[in-house]
Design a protein around this ligand. Structure first.
Ligand code: PHE
Ligand code: ZN
Length: 864
């Protein structure tokens, strides 16, 4: 396994031919599918040869009516030479869809057929210019048995449907919009559906349809409602309207990712379609809405304007994640959403950027593009888009977006094109901003300040650097800032520099050099700076706040994000003290912490969801990157110590607030109360009064009329060795044996447990009757989730278990195997004994015969 080529952005070349139209015909047989593609090619440049990507069984090649026998087929490429300037190519392939477990290309799930073509799945169906800068008009004919495949769907509008001989039906779909092959989709099988209509602002009536297997169709209403909300929101916020007569969403129980934005025919993981109070948590409801929004928003940002090549993936993904974040923020709580997104970024993206898999938002090379659907491309990419909005303001950003569509609708473009539209629409120079796309690593800001009593001037200096990317150039970094006096007053300072934006109540400093200093005049006393309000840039700030300043910010900052952030800094400081103390188990915590938490819980003006987030301690993953050579057990223990100290210090109050936040009968709008209540239950369970807390857990579980409270109870007791834990888990497994998505939660909880039998238990669960060793959701919830269990994954047995699973899964689903293999990358930051332990396991994976490109790339980079 050595001959895996690296592809480079700098090598980009347009294709020698372009495609006008492609007519596809799928004939579904008992054991395979016959695919006939008829493509009209047109020369593009001087070359008269063409190389088509493909790996399906090739049956025939016909050019302009003449069958070709001497074609060259090697390394999944079909080479054609001496071609005319215009020709029609007809290709027949046989696709082994029913044995395809990779969830890429054409595959079967529970007897139904689905396609997944992004990024390079189309080549598993036919031979084609399978790359995003080749855009064509697609027509799709599907022929299948009427009883087995009563529903036959593809992109665009249905133009004909008829019954043929032998109980076959034929349906023809035509998509009027040019698109790359990765947006092609086909669905065939038995489905139920629900429908509705949406009238766009210009008065066009659109049919909306959500399809799922009959037994789960009663869980689809929330998805359909979410779609309508997304369509309405995109018209209001960005003036973007839907463009076809029908919008279809189909749920699949076997899907590698969350969902896919195929033109007019989204295919979704059931996880992001099905939601109903008995089986979905409050978070599930929000996630379904967000993913439905995300895929819908792709219709403009991804489909109408697509990517020139896969290096530009963040062009569509970063932008669309930003759009779905804004959708959720506008419909629910903006502050809560921002905090959740930043927590997620820090736990998952900052760690990726501190690992051997660190890469820029626009990678410059890859072996397997499937490995680049990452936190960096998606979430950091969304932060990059957000910074344009922060710099240009909402109106300026909308102008930029409008110009982007005006210039590029119907084309495949680059990140430069996006940046240029933003710059031109606002008549500013954003060339330095492009560094956000090319430089990997998380920027650090070293901050110092000075107050001049005599001149009443306050100055603040920022030094930017990227520690794991020492040659990085200075970037354009928007830092939103406020100043707070000792009496808690927030002041809007009088700023003396050019590189600043002052709007409404906001001051934004634009850092653009290795070191920038900003001076504020008319300041009556040394203020506390509130830096990076709203998390205005994806950076790590280092400013030596003293304790008093942090408490001032936590109590008085006008910026709700930074109030939360100050509390996080207070917790981080304390965890750091515990970690470095002689005996962490006995460490006495600072009473100011319990005091401020107590105040916060009593404050009736703060909404419960925000209270829950405010008492949530920073996670192990987030903290570990600031502990070089992390002592894993010690860090986990330090977090736990702080949590139990808070639980013991405030037991009575936590209990009282827990009781105050009980809800009577289920109403989604009480989600904040449930979040707070369940967070408190988690705390109480970490205190000394275990017996009483177990009773609370049992009672909550028993009385719960919704999934959030059941999962809340199970999570609280998940690390406690008590027969009640086993009873509840057993009870849950019986009740939800027929609900695969609910069982995923059950598997996931057990793989996260800190109890000593976790490794054995997880290994045994692979053979549980509700488990399916080939289903992506199951593998993610049990196997991948285990890689996030700091105590038990980071053991000899833990590494061995995951290595064996990667080897097993790689043979049928490299995409899933690659995603699980990612879990090894964080070890590089831990104590060296862990690296010693993991190395032979990684070598064992590398030695596997026919190792996929996906896993090869991840593991070889991790080993470096
Ligand atoms: N493009 C999809 C999204 O982000 C993700 C995806 C990638 C799905 C690759 C399947 C395969 O919306
Ligand atoms: Zn996307």
């Amino acid at each position: 396994m050595t001959n895996i080529a690296t592809k480079y952005l700098k090598d980009y070349q347009a294709t020698s031919y372009l495609v006008d139209t492609i007519d596809l015909k799928f004939e579904i047989k008992d054991t395979f599918v016959i695919v006939t593609s008829k493509t009209k090619y047109q020369q593009n440049g001087a070359s008269n040869s063409l190389e088509l990507a493909g790996s399906a069984e090739l049956k025939s090649v016909i050019i302009d009516g003449n069958e070709l026998t001497d074609y060259k087929l090697a390394d999944d490429k079909l080479s054609l030479n001496n071609l005319s300037a215009n020709f029609t190519l007809e290709i027949v392939t046989h696709v082994d869809a029913f044995n395809n477990k990779s969830c890429m290309g054409l595959y079967a799930s529970n007897g139904n057929l689905f396609t997944q073509c992004e990024p390079e799945g189309f080549r598993k169906i036919t031979y084609y210019l399978d790359r995003p800068d080749v855009m064509a008009k697609f027509t799709t004919t599907i022929i299948g048995d009427k009883d087995l495949y009563p529903v036959l769907l593809s992109n665009g509008n249905k133009i004909s449907e008829k019954t043929l001989a032998n109980n076959q039906i034929e349906v023809i779909w035509e998509d009027p919009y040019k698109k790359p092959s990765y947006l092609f989709a086909l669905v065939a099988g038995k489905f139920a559906f629900i429908d509705d209509t949406f009238t766009t602002k210009s008065g066009r009536k659109v049919k909306l349809e959500v399809y799922s297997e009959a037994e789960s169709i009663n869980q689809c209403q929330h998805c359909l409602e979410s779609l309508k909300r997304a369509m309405e929101w995109d018209e209001k916020r960005f003036n973007l309207e839907y463009d076809l007569d029908v919008y279809m969403i189909v749920a699949s129980g076997d899907f590698n990712m969350g969902a896919m934005e195929n033109k007019g025919l989204n295919i979704f993981n059931t996880k992001y379609v099905l939601a109903e109070t008995k089986t979905a948590t409050d978070t599930d409801f929000i996630n379904v809405e967000a993913v439905v929004g995300h895929e819908y928003f792709h219709n403009w940002t991804g489909n109408r304007v697509t990517c020139r090549d896969w290096f530009q993936l963040s062009l569509k993904e970063g932008l669309t994640v930003f759009r779905d974040q804004e959708f959720t923020a506008d419909l629910h709580s903006r502050t809560v959403k921002r905090i959740q997104d930043v927590k997620n970024l820090r736990q998952m993206q900052f760690t990726e950027d501190a690992s051997p898999l660190s890469h820029p938002v626009r990678p410059e090379s890859y072996m397997e593009i499937n490995n680049f659907y990452t936190m960096t491309v998606y979430e950091k990419g969304a932060e990059v888009v957000r910074m344009y909005q922060t710099i240009l303001d909402k109106e300026g950003f909308n102008r930029g977006l409008a110009l982007y569509f005006e210039r590029h609708d119907g084309y495949a473009v680059t990140c430069e094109d996006f940046c240029k539209a933003m710059a031109d629409a606002n008549k500013i120079d954003l060339s330095q901003f492009m560094l956000w796309y090319s430089q990997s690593g998380t920027p650090h800001l070293a901050i110092s300040d000075h107050y001049n009593e005599a001149t009443k001037e306050y100055s603040i200096t920022f030094k930017q650097s990227i520690p794991n990317n020492p040659t990085a150039k200075a970037m354009l970094i928007p830092v939103s800032i406020g100043l707070i006096l000792d009496n808690g007053k927030n002041i809007i300072p009088d700023i003396k520099n050019h590189n600043t934006i002052v709007r409404d109540n906001e001051v934004i400093l634009l850092l653009n050099e290795a070191e920038n200093t900003f001076i504020f005049g008319g300041i009556s006393e040394k203020p506390t700076p509130s830096i990076l309000r709203g998390f205005s840039a994806p950076v790590i700030i280092n400013y030596a706040y003293d304790e008093k300043q942090l408490y001032t910010l936590a109590r008085h900052d006008n910026d709700s994000f930074n109030r939360w952030e100050a509390l996080q800094s207070i917790y981080k400081t304390e965890i750091n003290r515990i970690y470095h103390s002689e005996s962490p188990d006995k460490f006495e915590i600072n009473q100011n912490i319990t005091k401020i938490i107590s105040e916060l819980l009593n404050d009736a003006t703060i909404d419960p969801a925000l209270k829950a987030l405010s008492i949530n301690l920073p996670a192990f993953a987030e903290l570990s990157i600031s502990y070089p050579n992390t002592d894993v057990k010690k860090l986990v223990g330090s977090i736990k110590r702080l949590k139990s100290a808070i639980a013991n210090g405030l037991e009575t109050q936590l209990l009282a607030v827990y009781k105050d936040n009980q809800t009577v009968s289920y109403d989604f709008n009480d989600a904040g109360k449930r979040a707070l209540k369940n967070t408190l239950l988690g705390y109480l369970m970490q205190g000394n009064n275990t017996g009483k807390s177990i009773e609370l857990v049992a009672a909550q579980y028993k009385n719960a009329d919704n999934m959030t409270d059941k999962i809340g109870a199970l999570s609280a007791i998940n690390d406690i060795d008590s027969p009640v834990r086993h009873q509840l888990l057993d009870n849950f497994a019986q009740e939800y044996a027929n609900y695969p998505l609910v069982m995923d939660k059950w598997f996931s909880l057990q793989s996260q447990s800190q109890l000593p039998d976790t490794i054995d238990n997880v290994a045994n669960l692979l053979n549980h009757p509700s488990f399916d060793k080939e289903n992506p959701n199951k593998l993610y919830s049990l196997v991948r989730a285990f890689t996030a269990n700091p105590i038990y994954f980071n053991t000899d047995a833990g590494y061995n278990f995951i290595a064996e699973e990667i080897i097993r899964i790689d043979s049928f689903n490299p995409g899933v195997a690659g995603r699980i293999a990612n879990g090894f990358s964080s070890i590089a930051n831990y104590e060296s004994k862990y690296q010693t332990l993991v190395k032979p396991q990684l070598q064992k994976i590398m030695a596997k015969e026919n190792l996929s490109r996906d896993v090869y790339e991840i593991i070889s980079k991790t080993l470096q």
